[in-house]
Design a protein around this ligand. Structure first.
Ligand code: NAD
Ligand code: MG
Length: 380
């Protein structure tokens, strides 16, 4: 039986991963972890009986321990707990479904321990891709993408590894404000931005989709996963979210993966790669689709996407600045402290003012994150 561990099991990706596990009924879950939602974690523990459960907050971990004293599940907390879950000796695969740069250290620890990585936590690759990819290659550890676009690219590359990629066509839904101009976005409220037309996801990534910063993060993620240059990655706005991304080869052939928008497909593909399991979501019915449309992204209105390309071009710790500034700005926006358009203004400001480090190590990446937070907190 395949054995897996999940970081962030109570989130959108985490719960859908457990749905896939439950539906297939042939994977054992050895470790689960979450930030603070111990009610849901307890239900998951009772259902999947992991050997280890880790909770970020120490107090919540203690409460969970009392609640599940009738079980044999060990409870840990904090970064120690995350690292323990990531390296759990029995698991062969780790699903990284936590949000943010917190995923860097556990992901590196898991790679060092030889675990296959099913990677959803894009912030880890965006900020530390230059450390993670060479380490994974050295350890012979596969990094299997869970993000739907990257899974589509990965699937399009099956049997094509010896052929060079001409271009990656990275699709984006365009989010709820597609077609709007900058002026029209000035009084957007959190509840408007939290409505995604096609996907149901965590709060942070939903805001990121509306600003297209998510697509920017995915451009950077694609560079690291597929070893392509920024100019080889073309973002294509495709509002129906049916074509999940494509690869163009030098003979002009374009290979894509299509499907209904359902994260369980890429999650299941990563869990069972290279095998396919039965469909869990709706079947794609081409006759029901009126049309599939494709547009160029409007990088003037959605300037976060242009800033991501800049961060990627300059490299070093700039993708970390981009990501950390966005994280803080999104939190401020959700708290009602800044306006919607200030999210990208803050990212630009942080990028203009940061100290550039060409090849940051983990400590320097985390230091950059703290510096960016301090910079933003002292001004907004
Ligand atoms: P989410 O907010 O729904 O869930 C986040 C999870 O992380 C929760 O289980 C939470 O408890 C856990 N967590 C938060 N802080 C933690 C901490 N300090 N210690 C341990 N666990 C902690 O987020 P999500 O939408 O599931 O996204 C997770 C990751 O996957 C993100 O990096 C996101 O960009 C990426 N992703 C998500 C989707 C999607 O459809 N939701 C698609 C592609 C990629
Ligand atoms: Mg995606």
């Amino acid at each position: 039986m395949k054995k897996i561990a999940i970081l962030g099991s109570t989130g959108s990706i985490g719960t859908q991963t457990l749905e896939v596990v439950q539906a297939n009924n042939d994977i054992e879950v050895t470790a689960l972890s979450c930030g603070s939602r111990i009610d849901l974690l307890e239900q998951q523990i009772r259902r999947f009986r992991p050997k280890l459960a880790s909770v970020w907050e120490e107090k919540k971990a203690a409460e969970l321990k009392t609640r599940i004293r009738d079980l044999n599940t060990k409870v840990s907390y904090g970064m120690e707990g995350l690292l323990e879950a990531a390296q759990h000796p029995e698991a062969e695969l780790l699903v990284t479904a936590i949000v943010g740069m917190l995923g860097i250290r556990p992901t590196i620890a898991a790679i060092r321990a030889g675990k296959t990585i099913a990677l959803a936590n894009k912030e880890t690759l965006v900020t530390a891709g230059h450390l993670i990819m060479p380490l994974a290659a050295e350890m012979g550890v596969p990094i299997l993408p869970v993000d739907s676009e990257h899974s589509a690219i990965f699937q399009s590359l099956n049997g094509e590894r010896q052929n060079e990629i001409e271009r990656i066509l990275l699709t984006a839904s365009g989010g709820p404000f597609r077609g709007k101009k900058r002026e029209e976005l000035s009084d957007i409220r959190p509840e408007d931005a939290l409505k995604h037309p096609n996907w149901s996801m965590g709060r942070k990534i939903t805001i990121d989709s509306s600003t297209m910063v998510n697509k920017g993060l995915e451009v950077i993620e694609a560079k690291w996963l597929f070893g392509v240059e920024p100019e080889q990655i073309q973002v294509v706005v495709h509002p129906q979210s049916i074509l999940h991304s494509a690869v163009e080869f030098k003979d002009g052939a374009v290979i894509a993966q299509l499907g209904t928008p359902d994260m369980r497909l890429p999650i299941q593909y990563a869990l069972y790669y290279p095998n396919r399991r039965s469909r869990l979501g709706e079947q794609l019915d081409l006759f029901k689709l009126q049309n599939l449309t494709f547009e160029k992204p409007d990088t003037e209105t959605f300037s976060g996407l242009a800033l991501a390309y800049q961060a990627l071009e300059k490299g070093g710790n700039l993708p970390t600045v981009f990501n950390a500034a966005n994280e803080r700005a999104v939190a401020l926006f959700l708290d009602g402290k800044i306006s919607y358009l200030q999210i990208t203004e803050i990212i630009r400001n942080a990028m203009d003012n940061c100290r550039h480090i060409a090849a940051p190590d983990v400590e320097e990446i985390l230091e950059t994150e703290r510096e960016v937070y301090d910079f933003i907190d002292s001004r907004w």
